[in-house]
Write a protein that binds this ligand. Structure first.
Ligand code: ZN
Ligand code: ZN
Length: 754
């Protein structure tokens, strides 16, 4: 009898791949075995030529969440007397390849069990199978087997054991398998740590407290979340004040599809994402008259919406009977709490009650955030469901060396590039707090141990004070490996280029908040020519001063003050900007500017957005970074107006005519939407001017400004219409979450250039 051996790579562990192989072999009467190991899955099968060919075809089509990236088969010698097809135990101790399953949202079959009275797992909050459930959040090492997960503390009961051993069962080798008899249990505690209820009673009491307006800390899949009634303004306000989060939008989880559709518009593509195993938060257009109060996302035409992705969420949302705000359990810029003691300590002042359980979380993984634009999806936060899937970068010659890139400072991620495959950590968030920099160090240790990687090259930002830079310096000294410092916006451009397998030359339009430039000023409105590991600054926004430096990031009126100073010198604030300044503040800032004291120069486009938003009176005070830009985007809506002009010389874009235009429109009483539309049109013109100057067919768009869907669409239309190939981020964030990818790509390219 013919016999073949196949090596299968891809997402083939922790997703029911071996049982699927087993069933396919059984159906064709084949003998042999399948074996899980650090490199992926190997199988040998023996049978007729026709059955073997049919078997290999079927292997390629094993459905999601499994994903076969490569299948290499070869004929080998017959094994006489083989009687059956077996699943062998996993090998141990080999260096694992970076293929680790991400966490998967509750599947339909498990949801049906949870909903059906009489089922063994009726209303059991930790139901899962080979197609769904926790993965990355419980794995401690590879290969992925129960003794190397957080489920090792839960011995299987005889019923679960039987399912786990039965190759024809949906739970065959489902590592997190559990039931009410043997698995994790719910407990409800007060902020005082005193146990209030367990099991069903805990769930019911938590739901009732939410309906009464309480803030609930819920131990979710990848960490603690804070929940309140999304239909009650008072509850949302309470959460905002306790979390010290004034205006930043909250995500809302809906009990089911029907309730979500009452609040949001959903396209077929968006519906598919909502029901996907990744089940991200989707930024959906709000419908008027929905149940969710405006305070959840003030002034925002979109709502971050998602559906229950675990049985626990499903049961809790159903019991509460209404949409709930569901946000990371943290205080403003700190990372999400995920360990029980830590959560109790950090969230004790934020939450009234803790709904928790005894399954440990191995590492924190936040919810992912995705938006579907006219030309496809944009991932704005890469975390649950995506991390830590390895992505093969299509760049040639990237077979070596192993690079670790530590990212920037906000919305941070870490990236490991090895053999052309990139593993990006889950979103880690800001590194400002002690907890943030601890999480960074921990994630690096975790990724290296997990993937058995020994970096030969390190990459970080130019900024000397980022926690990520300091860690990179320490590790470089400790490991005696070179450290490549990559300019912030170079990394942005390189990230988008790497995502689209471009090694240059290409034009990168990196429009962003601020990052340290090679000349010591703050960059952020850049036109960079990328070529291999190098870049040339072809153009930039003409720098203007930021009175008070970093304080300007959260006070858009300061950017407006600095911009006016640069354009027209000293003077009084024009209305409506004047209203944004208290007492002598304007004069104090003018003094700073006149003395060039604590007023760093910036070419940041993010700060230009802030300045224009403040000038128009849309948004001048406080809030979160990007809020002013969002106000302009939303004010412009779909309006198309004539662009403002630029004074464009040798790549330097002087916004003086633009500022004059804004002031003239304000004086003429034009509304903010009109000005915002003209401003977006002007930025599309600027993109075209730089593209024509560069004369390169490929243009990549990156940086935080391109989170703005309107700006991105206008720039794409303008450049596409002029014949340029425009590339934007898809699978990686355009904000600083994508920086680690760009740093890794630049570091590797430095070795290719040599
Ligand atoms: Zn399932
Ligand atoms: Zn059990």
């Amino acid at each position: 009898m013919p016999r073949r051996r196949c090596q299968v790579r891809g997402v083939v562990q922790g997703v029911g791949f071996r049982p699927a192989v087993y069933r396919l072999a059984l159906a064709r009467g084949l003998t042999g075995f399948v074996w899980n190991h650090a490199e992926g899955v190997t199988l040998e099968a023996q049978g007729t030529e026709a059955d073997l060919a049919d078997f290999e075809r079927a292997l390629q089509e094993i459905p999601a969440p499994a994903r076969v990236q490569s299948l290499v088969g070869e004929a080998i010698d017959e094994v006489p007397g083989e009687a059956d097809f077996r699943i062998r135990e996993s090998g141990q101790g080999e260096a694992p390849r970076p293929v680790v399953p991400p966490d998967l949202a509750l599947c339909e079959a498990c949801a049906a069990e949870v909903d059906t009275p009489g089922e063994r797992r009726y209303r059991y909050p930790f139901t899962n199978c080979t197609r769904c459930g926790p993965r990355y959040t419980i794995i401690e090492g590879l290969p992925y087997d129960r003794p190397r997960t957080a489920m090792k503390a839960f011995p299987l009961c005889p019923d679960c054991e039987r399912e786990y051993r039965d190759p024809l069962d949906r739970r065959f080798h489902a590592q997190p398998v559990a039931c009410p008899a043997c698995g994790p249990r719910l407990a409800l505690q007060g902020a005082d740590g005193i146990l209030r209820a367990e099991g069903e009673a805990a769930l019911a009491a938590a739901a009732e407290a939410l309906r009464q307006g309480a803030v609930l800390a819920l131990k979710g899949l990848g960490g603690y979340q804070l929940l309140v009634d999304a239909t009650a303004a008072a509850a949302v306000g309470l959460l905002r004040s306790r979390k010290r989060r004034e205006a930043k939008p909250f995500a809302v989880m809906f009990p089911d599809r029907a309730s979500l559709l009452r609040d949001c518009e959903v396209s077929p593509e968006e519906a598919a994402w909502l029901a996907s195993p990744e089940a991200p938060i989707l930024l959906l257009r709000r419908r008027p008259g929905g149940a969710v109060v405006a305070e959840v996302a003030p002034g925002n035409p979109r709502l971050g919406a998602f559906l229950p992705n675990t049985p626990l969420h499903r049961l809790l949302l159903a019991a509460a009977g209404r949409p709930l705000v569901c946000t990371s359990g943290n205080l403003s810029d700190e990372p999400m709490a995920f360990e029980d003691d830590e959560a109790r300590r950090r969230l004790g002042g934020l939450a009234d009650l803790f709904l928790s359980h005894d399954r440990p979380i191995t590492r924190p993984v936040d919810d992912s955030v995705l938006r579907v634009d006219a030309d496809g999806p944009t991932l704005l936060r890469r975390a649950r469901g995506f991390a830590p899937l390895a992505v093969t970068l299509g760049l040639e010659g990237l077979s070596s060396p192993c690079v670790l890139a530590l990212g920037a400072h906000q919305k941070n991620t870490v990236a490991l590039l090895k053999g052309g495959e990139l593993v990006m950590s889950q979103h880690l968030g800001d590194l400002t707090s002690l907890e943030g920099s601890d999480l960074l160090a921990r994630t690096v240790d975790d990724l290296l141990a997990f993937f058995g990687a020994r970096p030969e090259l390190l990459a970080c930002d130019l900024h000397p004070d980022y926690a990520s830079t300091r860690l990179a310096e320490r590790l470089a000294a400790e490991w005696q490996v070179p450290l490549v410092r990559v300019q912030h916006h170079h990394a942005h451009g390189a990230a988008c280029a790497a995502e689209h397998a471009l090694t240059g030359p290409a034009l990168a339009l990196t429009w962003d908040g601020t990052g340290l430039g090679s000349d010591g000023t703050l960059w952020g409105g850049e036109a960079l020519r990328l070529q291999g590991a190098a870049f040339t600054r072809l153009g930039h926004l003409k720098p203007f001063p930021l009175p008070g430096g970093a304080a300007a990031v959260k006070q858009p009126r300061r950017s407006a003050c600095g911009l006016l100073w640069a354009v027209q010198g000293a003077g009084a604030p024009p209305p409506p900007l004047a209203a944004a300044f208290d007492g002598a503040e304007w004069e104090q800032l003018q003094t700073l500017l006149a003395g060039a004291f604590n007023s760093p120069l910036t070419s940041s486009l993010g700060r230009l957005f802030d300045a224009v938003a403040a000038l128009t009176g849309l948004h001048a005070r406080g809030g979160f970074e990007g809020q002013a830009a969002m106000a302009l985007e939303f004010a412009a809506g779909e309006r198309v107006e004539a662009p403002y002009a630029w004074d464009f010389r040798d790549g330097t874009a002087d916004p003086a005519p633009l500022v004059a235009g804004v002031l003239a429109d304000l004086a003429a009483g034009r509304d903010a939407g009109f000005i915002a539309a003209r401003f977006h049109a002007a930025l599309a013109d600027l993109a075209l001017a730089w593209a024509q100057q560069a004369g390169l067919p490929d243009v990549v768009l990156s940086g935080g400004c391109f989170q703005n869907a309107l700006l991105t669409a206008r720039v794409q239309q303008k450049l596409g219409g002029a014949g340029f190939r425009v590339h934007r981020h898809r699978a990686f964030p355009t904000n600083d979450g994508g920086i680690s990818l760009g740093q890794a790509a630049v570091a590797v390219l430095t070795t290719v250039d040599r």
